[in-house]
Design a protein around this ligand. Structure first.
Ligand SMILES: NC(=O)c1ccc[n+]([C@@H]2O[C@H](COP(=O)([O-])OP(=O)(O)OC[C@H]3O[C@@H](n4cnc5c(N)ncnc54)[C@H](OP(=O)(O)O)[C@@H]3O)[C@@H](O)[C@H]2O)c1
Length: 270
């Protein structure tokens, strides 16, 4: 990527989003960083400005706020700040069965993991097309390539949505200079499983199943540069994806059910 392009990274206060911000800064991009924890964003912005001499703008925002994306884009427009690279990364998980959570919990999840990334792409795409350059990275998950599990009900669905959405955007972008990629990590060291409350359970996963966030981000940016519509990080994760594509759907669902029982505790373990 050429230098002095500007990238907007959501969920830049931790984990994979922070790693995307660091990698984009290393590649010479100016940045707009967003998440709820302004103190973390400010600290990262200071560090990246000092280290790379780039411009970093901090835009704290709760993406669960339905008007948040519109307000963010309006604020960028008001300052004539164009966005060349969009990294839709912010996300989290909701534990338990679907009917165990009050509706507002699911509504916020859909807003943050599906509506906000879709709206950001929608609002930023026309400018990218007009300038003949754009990169849209949607951080999906290996979970979007395998059947939905019991518990975390909307998670796999939201990631499958991002994968399909990215594929359509990638096709529509052909010839316009805009590339879209769904980046699909498997287990990645970050704060995700602490926030979700599943740290103790996922810690039982063998170490070869885990990747670090900087590698995920670096590979994700390389994939969007290479024009890949979907990229699964890591050989093990690609093998898992390939295996689930080969076997019949009913068997895939059974395997997910069995695996889910091994890695779940509480009333739904049986
Ligand atoms: N870690 C994994 O194993 C893994 C695997 C596959 C895919 N992913 C995906 O990778 C993405 C990043 O997750 P991560 O692993 O880096 O988790 P993380 O370390 O917990 O970071 C999540 C980021 O999302 C932001 N965020 C959460 N809710 C938000 C909200 N309502 N408004 C604005 N920002 C919000 C958080 O910032 P604030 O709390 O400051 O708002 C934080 O910056 C997610 O989409 C996740 O689904 C993760």
């Amino acid at each position: 990527m050429a230098s002095n392009r500007r990238a907007l990274v959501t969920g830049a206060s931790a984990g994979i989003g922070e790693a995307f911000a660091r990698e984009l800064a290393r590649r010479g991009h100016d940045l707009v960083l967003t998440a709820r924890r302004a103190d973390r964003l400010e600290a990262l912005a200071r560090e990246l400005r000092d280290r790379h001499g780039i411009e970093v703008i901090v835009a704290p925002l709760d993406l669960a706020w339905p008007d948040g994306v519109e307000a963010l884009v309006a604020a960028l427009d008001a300052q004539a700040l164009t966005i060349d690279v969009l990294v839709n990364n912010a996300g989290y998980g909701v534990t338990g069965y679907f009917d165990e959570q009050p509706w507002p919990v699911h509504a916020a999840f859909i807003q943050v993991l599906m509506t906000a990334p879709t709206e950001l792409a929608y609002r930023l795409l026309p400018g990218m097309k007009a300038r003949g350059y754009g990169r849209i990275v949607n951080v999906a998950s290996l979970a979007g390539h395998v059947p939905g599990s019991a518990g975390h009900t909307l998670y796999a669905a939201s990631k499958a949505y991002l994968i399909r959405f990215s594929q359509s955007l990638a096709l529509e972008g052909k010839g316009t200079g805009v590339h879209a990629t769904a980046v699909c990590p498997g287990f990645t060291y970050s704060e995700f499983h602490d926030v979700t409350g599943s740290r103790a359970l996922v810690s039982r996963m063998p170490s070869f199943m885990w990747m670090d966030a900087p590698t995920v981000a670096r590979q994700g940016l390389d994939a969007v540069e290479a024009g890949k519509a979907v990229y699964v990080n890591g050989r093990v994760n690609r093998l898992i994806k390939g295996f689930f594509k080969l076997i019949p759907d009913a068997l895939a669902l059974k395997l997910v059910e069995r695996q889910g029982r091994r890695f779940r505790t509480g009333p739904h373990r049986g």
